[in-house]
Design a protein around this ligand. Structure first.
Ligand code: TXA
Ligand code: MG
Length: 332
């Protein structure tokens, strides 16, 4: 795909240029600690529509609006004490809160919903850019709709490079999975819309009440807008296996890939692992596994395997988010 996109380092001069572009209603791909986003002025209808066009995103999938300081929250959303508690505990960081919206957020940003998803990102370059632009920035993940989210500037250029012109490089995303989304429209009944690095338990502790699961990844029910069953998918079909073993993998066909959470011990007498064995982290550290998941799925897509057999993560915490993304990647 021909790329017209330029990758900018985060120099003061470049940031000023990109902020001007945003103020004029343009698109800029931005680094965040979760995944790269495709940003535009959240208060401009035309700018928001440009995001949908560039991503090929359906109009009924609302955007997340990013702010740089808590003072900006009231400008776009009607906060409540529970939301402020979470904001104090986890912002800036990988948590998105759904609240009733104010009139400064156009329907184009929220797909016509009376609510808005708000996040204060932690990445210093993105925060500086929001401040310089002087407006809240709507930003979904910077990937063509349905594909794996980008965690580097190079990923963005590869899949959106022919559709956008400006990419701000802030290094690889340190978390690697999209933010946790919690619905606090009714603060008495907090609900998790998307698992992420901030876990349900962490949220419950701060709120002093349980946070329910608004949907289960497995049911595929669409209880929240934009929560499609198939999403974050590589082009190669993915199959999940509970308790995947190296013995099982060694018996499989050579043109299919085996993706483990940690480096498997070689089977039989040979010390080397076959070339179709991959792992997310040497020692199965799930935070590091989460950081690498999307780039590994992209690499496996490029290698042209017929199928990806992935080990199914289990347990709470970040494992819940990893499982969610893998289940979506494997949905047909
Ligand atoms: O980590 C992230 O959240 C990244 C970075 C760029 O900040 N952004 C991201 O955006 O993952 P995106 O567009 O890929 O996911 C946005 C999702 C929607 O698909 C929808 O599920 C949910 O956020 N959402 C947005 N507005 C909502 C609303 N008003 N009510 C319920 N869910 C909403
Ligand atoms: Mg996305």
């Amino acid at each position: 795909m021909a790329s017209s996109a330029r990758i900018y380092k985060g120099t003061p001069r470049n940031l000023a240029l990109l902020a001007r572009h945003l103020r004029k209603g343009g698109l800029v791909a931005v680094p965040t600690e979760t995944v790269y986003g495709l940003a535009a002025d959240a208060t401009s209808r035309e700018a928001c529509l440009r995001i949908f066009a560039a991503k090929g995103r359906p109009a009924d999938d609302p955007l997340i609006v990013h702010i740089a300081s808590l003072a900006d929250l009231g400008r776009i959303a009607v906060a409540n004490p529970a939301a402020l508690k979470l904001a104090k505990a986890f912002w800036p960081g990988p948590l998105t809160i759904v609240l009733p919206k104010t009139s400064s957020v156009p329907d184009e940003a929220t797909s016509g919903l009376p609510s808005v998803a708000v996040r204060m990102p932690a990445h210093p370059l993105f925060r500086r850019l929001i401040r310089l632009a002087g407006v809240p920035l709507a930003a979904p993940s910077a990937n063509p709709f349905g594909y794996v989210s980008p965690t580097t500037a190079a990923h963005v250029r590869k899949s959106l490079g022919s559709r956008i012109r400006h990419i701000l490089d802030g290094g690889p995303s340190v978390i690697g999975l999209e933010s946790t989304i919690v619905d606090l429209r009714n603060p008495l009944r907090p609900a998790l819309l998307r698992p992420g690095a901030i876990t349900r338990l962490q949220l419950s502790r701060v709120l002093g009440k349980p946070v329910t699961l608004a949907r289960t990844a497995r049911s595929g029910a669409r209880l929240a807008p934009g929560q499609m069953k198939r999403h974050y998918s590589p082009l190669t079909p993915v199959v999940l296996h509970a308790g995947l073993t190296a013995q099982e993998a060694a018996r499989g066909p050579a043109d299919e890939a085996w993706l483990f959470l940690s480096r498997p011990a070689p089977t039989g007498r040979s010390r080397a692992l076959p070339g179709n064995h991959f792992w997310l982290d040497e020692h199965g550290d799930l935070k590091r596994a989460a950081r690498r998941l999307f780039s590994v799925l992209r690499q496996l897509d490029e290698k042209g395997f017929k199928r990806i057999h992935a080990e199914r993560p289990s347990g709470g915490g970040i494992a819940e988010a990893l499982l969610d993304r893998l289940v979506r990647a494997s949905a047909i």
